[in-house]
Write a protein that binds this ligand. Structure first.
Ligand SMILES: O=C(O)CCC(=O)C(=O)O
Ligand SMILES: [Fe+2]
Length: 251
């Protein structure tokens, strides 16, 4: 049960060094190596959800230059922990459904993806889903204010990939629907070992980049341009996939 703040956006000033340290973005990722790199300094604790204003400024600055970023929050973040617990409970209770049978646009992915999903606004969801959806909507508003991308809504679902399941290389924006602008994946897996698999692989011009689905990590990228895939893991993998949307222009 999550009973913490859901829409409180801290304006506490933070040293810029911290916000630079917690956000990694395209042009800085020169090595192109898979795995980890120093998302945040050991000297400063990672922020919690919702991120403070300096972290948001750093994230927005990164997304102005690069088409992807990684935001690392504290692995003790109470909202993320509650969302992870709720995702597991909902999956155990059978509320998540194979993604290919979800909304009509998902049907084309039959055979390409092995996850089961549940939209965060589904009545089966509990307080953590509602709080996370509100926090994501707050993040949408804060990024939109800084980037003026016309982001006017958020959609988000829990996803559960059983061991061995993945999602083949794809882009998140549909040909028939240009509403998705920014993709975010909020990982809900505490203590994810480096050798467990399950990375999100971004296919970038500088090479592939693997992001481990560890609790506290939020991957953010442009829905239209960044091809990506989910690699199979040796254990259940939980996340929230979210999209910040503009009003569809295609009709
Ligand atoms: O879970 C992930 O890392 C990415 C999921 C994804 O690509 C999607 O749902 O479109
Ligand atoms: Fe995707």
């Amino acid at each position: 049960m999550y009973s913490g703040p859901i829409t409180c956006w801290s304006r506490k000033p933070m040293p810029m060094a911290q916000s630079r340290a917690v956000v990694a973005g395209g042009s800085r990722m020169r090595e192109g190596s898979c795995g980890t790199w120093p998302y945040h300094s050991r000297m400063t604790p990672a922020p919690t959800f919702p991120p403070d204003a300096a972290t948001l400024d750093g994230l927005a600055a990164r997304l102005r230059d690069a088409d992807w970023a990684v935001l690392t929050l504290s692995a003790d973040d109470p909202l993320l922990r509650a969302a992870g617990a709720e995702a597991r409970e909902l999956a155990e209770a059978g509320h998540l459904r194979p993604a290919a049978t979800g909304r009509s646009d998902d049907r084309r992915f039959a055979g390409l993806r092995g996850d089961s999903t549940l939209w965060l606004d589904d009545p089966a969801c509990g307080s953590a889903a509602a709080a996370l959806l509100a926090a994501l909507d707050g993040l949408r508003g804060e990024l939109n204010r800084r980037l003026l991308l016309g982001l006017d809504s958020v959609e988000a679902h829990f996803a559960h990939y059983p061991p061995g399941a993945g999602y083949a290389r794809h882009r998140d924006r549909f040909r028939s629907d240009d509403a998705r602008v920014l993709s975010l994946v909020v990982y809900l897996n505490p203590d994810w070992p480096d050798d467990a698999g399950g990375a999100l692989r971004l296919h970038l011009t500088e090479g592939p980049l693997d992001i481990a689905p560890r609790l506290g990590t939020i991957a953010i990228f442009l829905s239209e341009s960044v091809e990506h895939e989910v690699l199979a893991a040796d254990r259940p993998r939980f996340s929230v996939a979210a999209w910040f949307r503009q009003r569809p222009r295609g009709g």
